[in-house]
Ligand binder design. Sequence first.
Ligand SMILES: NC(=O)c1ccc[n+]([C@@H]2O[C@H](COP(=O)([O-])OP(=O)(O)OC[C@H]3O[C@@H](n4cnc5c(N)ncnc54)[C@H](OP(=O)(O)O)[C@@H]3O)[C@@H](O)[C@H]2O)c1
Length: 274
Amino acid sequence: MITCVISGATSGIGLSILNILIKKKISVIVIGRSQKKWNLLKSKNHSLNKVKFIEADLSEIKFVKKIKKKLQKIKCVDLMINNAGLINYKLEINSLNYEKTFFTNFLSTFFLIKILLPKILKSKSPTVINVSSFASRFGKVNLDNLDQKKNYDSWQSYINSKLMVSLLTKFYSYKFFKKIVFLSWSPGYTKSNLGLNSSYIRKFIFYLRQIFGQNPNKAAVDFFHALKKFNNFKYSGSFIFKRKIILDKFFQNKINISKKLYKITNKIIFKHCK
Ligand SMILES: NC(=O)c1ccc[n+]([C@@H]2O[C@H](COP(=O)([O-])OP(=O)(O)OC[C@H]3O[C@@H](n4cnc5c(N)ncnc54)[C@H](OP(=O)(O)O)[C@@H]3O)[C@@H](O)[C@H]2O)c1
């Protein structure tokens, strides 16, 4: 039986992907931030009873210990979907002094990969999909100040975090070539709760998405289409927008930044992940 670990499957695109994973009879472990929300979802959808849920706030470093402990008995992970993400409209700093959008969307993804790596490597056909965003194309990386707390801008912080996710996904695809397939996947403009806690103009923009965005179930169908088509070492490191590979040259040209980003983040992860 295939085992999948997915983060942020209590809402939006993640929840739609989870429903398909269950239909495909895949054994699923969800990492989510609210047990209460999970219990409510379960009370409305009994198929979720088959799923193991781990409550963990990915914006705080203490999740590392908890996930390690809770996943101790899991032998092998075939599919990992790093989907949890947020846009934090006000500046929030975590206990390690990192801005929380940066920590949740970017750093926690690679902490989770580090924790699960031995189990992922036990799979016969391991795949890691990091959910990114097309808007990451317009993100910036400041290697001297990764979380860019100064002059905080919620949208800029979000797209920076997503750019860093895709850059490291590319780097990991080289590092684990022929061992693990790594893919970045962007769902496109989708109705969800993302950014709905913003203020004023941004909130209005995000509400427009609730009218014009695609249904998250449609995004989930695209996700499985992309997974089927590109789950192959020859596509590892690719950036997939909905169902197509795009931005190949863009990420290829940034491989030196990816390498430097890897060195910096690896130090942080190593320090806090013993
Ligand atoms: N919607 C779009 O148009 C769009 C476009 C491009 C990329 N994306 C990406 O798609 C992914 C899914 O987002 P979505 O649009 O479906 O938004 P969403 O409905 O807000 O879902 C985000 C999920 O992440 C979880 N999450 C947020 N912060 C967390 C934390 N600190 N710890 C653990 N879990 C946390 C949320 O938990 P709760 O349920 O508890 O809130 C929720 O399950 C994100 O990575 C997002 O960046 C979305």
